[in-house]
Design a protein around this ligand. Structure first.
Ligand code: ZN
Length: 527
């Protein structure tokens, strides 16, 4: 098949829908079903049935003279499909996902309740393609990826500035929230990762290297065990708690090639990561403070609301069931005392504890899980963290793993797509272009540039010998939030004409007024 065939196939589908054939489930004997499909030349289906347990009945669906293998359920009749479906693409696939097997083709389609829902979905896809952060990042010169470092970014000056703005923003928030920033080694001995449980539960996703003296080191996929090492230095008292340690260094995860997707899924990235070491009695209060900060942060980026998911114990986990009961109970209590509404997300917790996940909805209706808060009784136990309680005895601290943005890289990807590159002024990689109408204004333009730079505004000068409308079009296309237009008149009067991206009019302001305004807008929120 080629994509050109899809239209013809869709036409046949519509015919079948119009025929309104009943769809009936039949249960066949296994051997009978194998014989039937072999006779039809459907060898793969026969193979699937042969692999079923001997006593299992085979579920088939019949529709007109067509009969096929399916577990169901199905619609009762073909007319129920309506007109809310579309075939999307053709792709190669190997039988049972194994490259040694026969090559097959897979035709992808999508089906919705009606045409209206289908169209809304197609519109969202189209919009998403227009906003694709990889495309916008190329146009805006933010970063690139190349073959020699698949899954990692080469950040260009403008992109790195945005990436650093995010980090600085979060740093400011966390400092105010009583967090202390630390930095722990990029590589640590395998022995430590075995102790922490990561080697066993997470080892497939870790990169390892060998030292000259044959010690196997793992490149860190997360900061948690490192932070416990800092906590464990010296004796801690209950009076020292909570201790909140934050870290923004780079993490590495061995993601499959096929799973990589620009900034959204990378092999190296940094998180706005922190661990709160506290007593069981402090879990509620710390959860509340964290959610308050998270709400403020999301608001600063233009996300007014979010959903919360509660993920409980996964199949693959560390720690005894009683420990999980305690951790899930503590988190549930915190959620209830804050009156938060959560959806349950069964089995999706971290291997060491249950978690809350915070989900944002972007401008075109897509959901992104960003923030997380995880309650962990396991890691402090495994890595032997303790403090001296009021009773003079040793106790285990609870460890809260938390992040608001998730990874800086991914969050930036989400922002690029959410804003379609039209960032809030403070975050924009280039905030102002000073564009001259004639060369008479060059000298004044240089002065404007110098003063804006002094004020902490990211600014560039455009004194090219081009028509002003051409310059405005070009910088608007590059999504620069403010263009300052300067001619002989402005130079003589000490003013500037300020044009905002997307606005039709320009505002004439005294230079000092304009600079004071933009200086304020350039300030990172909350700093
Ligand atoms: Zn952690």
């Amino acid at each position: 098949f080629t994509p050109d065939d899809l239209g013809a196939i869709e036409k046949r589908m519509q015919e079948i829908v119009r025929r309104n054939e009943d769809i009936r489930r039949e249960v066949w004997d296994r051997d009978e079903a194998v014989a039937f499909f072999l006779k039809q030349g459907e060898d793969f289906k026969a193979e699937i049935i042969r692999d079923l347990p001997a006593d299992q009945e085979v579920s088939l669906y019949r529709q007109g003279d067509f009969i096929d293998l399916c577990r169901g359920p199905h619609l009762p009749a073909t007319s129920k499909l309506g007109d809310g479906f579309k075939l999307m693409k053709v792709a190669g696939a190997y039988w049972r996902g194994n490259a040694d097997n026969a090559q097959l083709q897979r035709i992808y389609g999508t089906a919705w309740r009606d045409k209206k829902e289908l169209n809304a979905y197609l519109k969202q896809l189209e919009e998403a393609e227009k906003r694709d952060h990889r495309k916008l990042a190329r146009e805006m010169g933010l970063f690139h990826i190349q073959q020699e470092a698949v899954g990692s970014m080469f950040w260009h000056p403008k992109g790195w500035r945005m990436r650093q703005n995010l980090e600085n923003y979060i740093r400011g928030k966390m400092e105010k929230g009583g967090y202390q920033e630390v930095s722990t080694p990029q590589m640590m001995d395998r022995i430590l990762w075995e102790k922490s449980g990561h080697w066993d539960k997470y080892g497939d996703d870790m990169f390892t290297v060998c030292t000259h003296d044959h010690r196997e080191m793992a490149v860190k996929p997360m900061n948690c065990p490192g932070h416990v090492q800092i906590f464990n230095q010296g004796i801690k008292s209950y009076r020292d708690l909570p201790i909140r340690l934050g870290e923004f260094t780079t993490l590495f995860r061995n993601e499959a090639h096929g799973a990589l997707h620009g900034l959204m899924r990378a092999r190296s990235f940094s998180q706005d990561d922190a661990h709160i070491f506290c007593t069981e009695g402090q879990i509620n209060e710390e959860t509340a403070a964290f959610i308050t900060m998270l709400r403020e942060v999301y608001k600063d980026f233009g996300f007014e609301s979010f959903r919360i998911k509660f993920s409980d114990r996964p199949e693959k986990r560390a720690g005894a069931d009683e420990t999980w009961d305690k951790a899930e109970g503590a988190l549930r209590e915190a959620v209830e005392s804050l009156g938060l509404e959560c959806e349950l997300n069964p089995g999706e917790g971290a291997f060491y504890g249950p978690k809350l996940e915070f989900v944002l909805r972007d401008a075109i209706g897509r959901d992104w899980q960003c923030g997380t808060l995880q309650v962990d009784f396991v890691l402090p136990e495994r890595l032997d963290a303790h403090y001296i309680g009021e009773d003079g005895e040793k106790h285990r601290p609870v460890m809260l793993h938390r992040a608001i943005l998730g990874s800086f890289e991914r969050f930036l990807g989400i922002l690029i797509e959410n804003y379609a590159g039209r960032f809030p002024f403070w975050l924009a990689p280039l905030q102002v272009v000073v564009a001259t109408i004639t060369n008479d204004a060059d000298e004044y333009a240089a002065k404007v540039l110098a003063e804006l730079t002094q004020a902490g505004v990211k600014v560039e000068l455009d004194t090219r010998n081009e028509k002003i409308n051409y310059k405005i079009r070009e910088h608007s296309h590059a999504k620069v939030p403010v263009i300052m237009v300067i001619g002989a008149k402005e130079a003589a009067e000490g003013t500037v004409a300020v044009r905002r991206l997307g606005g039709k009019d320009q505002e004439i302001l005294a230079l000092e007024t304009a600079i004071a305004k933009l200086r304020e807008e350039a300030v990172i929120p909350g700093s």
